[in-house]
Design a protein. Structure first.
Length: 456
């Protein structure tokens, strides 16, 4: 799949307007300034801003998180959108400008070639001379997100984990066995108008199933568009660190971040369970740390079981078997959210294994009919409508189902579209069931989550 990058000039202008009005003071990082955003440049002139926390101890060192901006922006973007001292509070955070000047945008962007990776590597080597670095994490948004995956493949020994928001993975990015120690985090809004959500969905699949990376996580932001969401990026990087650090105290700190019930845009239940489960089995952890981790992991798993009970009850007679096709019940919206946000949690994985025939059939119908929909949409709208309706009826868990449902409703009002009375009735019935089931199901999903006790 070709993960081409597209961007809107309007979005670029809005994002540029959000940059900090004043420039940060120029301070060589070797001077040891802490607690204030500063700017500097690499030996080759590459500009960057940085923030060193006041808690930084030169003898002990700290993690290094590099944040890469999107198209049309520059090194000031990070701290204009990610509050210094709150985002990755214990880390040294560095925000470099793009590695290559792009004439069409009249500024610097991150480009997926060896020249750009080499330049970024040189910057990283300089930063490691200025500070004592424990682990290194990359976080990119949009264009910067594509690049963090590319760089992680080009220099796997440099990177412990990546978080890529609102992108996908360039199809020339390397995914070798040398990178399997890395935590690969993807994050994407389902309503992103610039870079389709499906690119991150496929990125997860490629890393997991093709490249066989053991630590791969997709944070789906339902109903969210393209803009950054720093509290959620903070969660993804906490997952990256929590799954790779050898320091039990740091796993515990990451777990605290992930267990915040009031985080903007909601708890990442999958990431929370994974880090809690890791700490619960970490031999170097204290008994108190392991006990808390066990409690949190159990709480998430118990919530997953309650979700399953609610979904099967809403589906009606037959339980999971009743999910094999779309019904006008809350089970539809509830299931879709649950499958993504509890990915990897034992109760869900056991339920999927127990009912693999149903879920495999839903997945196959979704993939087959989405392809037929896409192929027929321009040349044969009537054929596309049939494929779209088949997808809604027996493949509604597909990541494009919501978008297809909206498009079907628009097609239904097109007088040029020739459909039989039976076809129109089917279209009305299925889109109505989709909309009502999704709305009530999302409410049912949130209700179960609201009852999970994470504090105390």
């Amino acid at each position: 799949m070709n993960y081409a990058f597209t961007c809107s000039i309007g979005f670029i202008l809005l994002a540029r307007a959000a940059l900090a009005a004043g420039d940060a003071p120029e301070v060589d990082p070797r001077e040891g300034r802490t607690g204030v955003v500063c700017q500097w440049h690499a030996e080759d002139g590459l500009k960057y801003e940085y923030f060193v926390p006041e808690t930084y101890d030169r003898a002990k060192g700290a993690n290094l998180t590099l944040v890469l901006h999107g198209t049309g922006l520059d090194q000031r973007w990070t701290f204009a959108n990610h509050p210094a001292g709150q985002f990755r509070a214990a880390d040294i955070v560095v925000s470099p400008d793009g590695t290559r000047y792009m004439e069409n945008y009249k500024d610097n962007e991150f480009y997926g070639e060896s020249t750009d990776a080499n330049r970024f590597h040189k910057l990283l080597e300089e930063l490691k001379k200025a500070w004592k670095v424990k682990q290194t994490f990359l976080y990119g948004h949009s264009n910067g997100s594509f690049f963090v995956f590319y760089y992680a493949g080009a220099y796997p020994d440099d990177v412990d984990g990546v978080c890529g928001h609102a992108s996908g993975v360039w199809n020339w990015s390397t995914m070798s066995s040398s990178g399997r120690h890395q935590a690969i985090g993807l994050m994407h809004g389902t309503d992103d108008p610039l870079v389709p959500y499906g690119q991150s969905w496929w990125g997860r699949r490629v890393y997991r199933e093709t490249a066989k990376y053991p630590l791969v996580h997709l944070r789906t932001l339902f109903g969210r568009g393209h803009p950054p969401a720093w509290p959620q990026a903070d969660l993804q990087l906490a997952w990256c660190e929590g799954m790779t650090t050898k320091d039990a105290a740091r796993i515990d700190a990451c777990l605290t971040t992930l267990a915040n019930p009031d985080v903007a845009l909601g708890v990442d239940w999958s990431a929370l369970w994974q880090v809690a489960n890791r700490l619960a089995h970490e031999k170097s952890a204290t008994p108190e740390q392991r006990a808390r981790a066990e409690r949190l992991a159990a709480a998430v798993d118990a919530a997953a079981s309650r979700h399953i009970e609610a979904i099967e009850a809403a589906a009606g007679k037959g339980g999971a078997l009743a999910l094999k096709q779309l019904g006008d019940t809350p089970a539809v919206g509830h299931l879709i959210r649950f499958l993504e946000e509890y990915d990897g949690v034992p109760a869900l994985e056991q339920w999927l294994a127990k009912n693999k025939t149903v879920f495999n059939a839903l997945a196959k119908s979704g993939e087959d009919n989405e392809k037929e929909w896409r192929d027929a949409l321009d040349e044969s709208p009537a054929k596309a409508v049939k494929a779209g309706l088949d997808l809604l009826e027996t493949g509604y868990t597909h990541y494009e189902a919501a978008k297809i449902a909206k498009r079907l409703q628009k097609l239904a009002s097109d007088p040029a579209l020739k459909l039989s009375d039976a076809e129109r009735k089917r279209l009305d019935t299925l889109t109505s069931a989709w909309n009502s089931g999704r709305e009530s199901g999302l409410a049912a999903y949130e209700k179960v989550n609201s009852e999970v006790k994470l504090s105390g």
